[in-house]
Design a protein around this ligand. Sequence first.
Ligand code: MN
Length: 433
Amino acid sequence: MLDFTHDPTATAWLDSANAPDTDFPLQNLPFGRIRRAASGEEWRIGVAIGDAVLDLRRALALGRWTSVEQVLLEPLAQGDLNVHMARPSAQRRQLRHALFEALRAGSPQAARLSAALVPQADVEHSLPARVGDYTDFYAGIHHAEAVGRLFRPDNPLLPNYKWVPIGYHGRASSLVVSGTPVRRPWGQRKGPQDEVPTFAPSLRVDHELELALWVGPGNALGEPIPLAQADEHLFGVGLLNDWSARDIQPWEYQPLGPFLAKNFASTVSPWIVTWEALAPFRCPQERPEGDPPSLAYLDSAANRSQGGLDIQLEVWLTPAGGRPSRIATSNARHLYWTAAQLLTHHASNGCNLQPGDLLGTGTISGPSPEQAGSLLELTQGGKQAIVLSDGQTRIFLQDGDELALRAHAERAGAKRIGWGACSGRVSPAVPAA
Ligand code: MN
């Protein structure tokens, strides 16, 4: 649903929000949980604008708001995004409209609210919301095919893939916000030539390029969410690095699926771009000719014509003290299942989704080799090293490496919006006792 907040010609009274390459123009308005770095002050929700953050705690105190807007801002001022995620989409849209008007060039609020801005360089982040449950899907078909080919060259995709969205329940407690160091995990591994497994620090720490779908209101236990209502329950989209230990994974994953190879850390971006802000970047669902149609509960004309997301994705690797190298690019349009289908399928048995639940899409690789969303794929299963811009080579991540995901959406007739970075640096494993 497009409205005046998507007008690409609208500008903000803060100049940095009008720079052509900013991730955070007036049309974006993503939410994060912030405070001034090292201040020890209470957390509050902020909205990124240009190179600054509008501190909603100060904005509530300093700005002029209607009584309805004050009610919407109150929990955000207290640092609670979950309450806002639970609100009906009409109320979330109402707050977006109010923030847009307040930050728009010529707003009578400009003088009052300029005192509620904090430079982004001066804030620290926590996770944007409390995550009750985290589920990770496997909706990137090019990733599923490439990884499947490593194990089953003749039959890369399992027979269920094009019928049922595959996923597993992850672990919410080890989700961390961008910037948090990621410790190399210990784990059991057993190579094909090994007689018995060993327990040691992982030698194959990898990243996974994913989107984080943040759940809005959710559903009561036993009451599924029809596909036609899925949009109302999608609060927004972040970036997700589902760190993976590729030597622990193959030994432990059968028969119950991923476990300790995945839950030592998963990094999310500090900013959640709202579902409303993404309206101009919807695109047709990408499905090869001749694939089976989705079953009725996962199918609609609207989902086929505009269920996809045209979001450009990048993966950057920076060795300790070295230069950043862009090691992959991809696009969220390559996902086999749409965000609405993932959400609807998850609730289709009556499983209750709650505000702040997080659904990972699965690794979003594109069809060509340089669009691979993990090192496992980029190195063909660890057989072919990649070369970085400073000549160093990598098969998997080394201690001190920083891995950053970036994303933006860009289209004719729309203002470009972005996510900033979702990054983490690998730190050494706990020393042996
Ligand atoms: Mn994953």
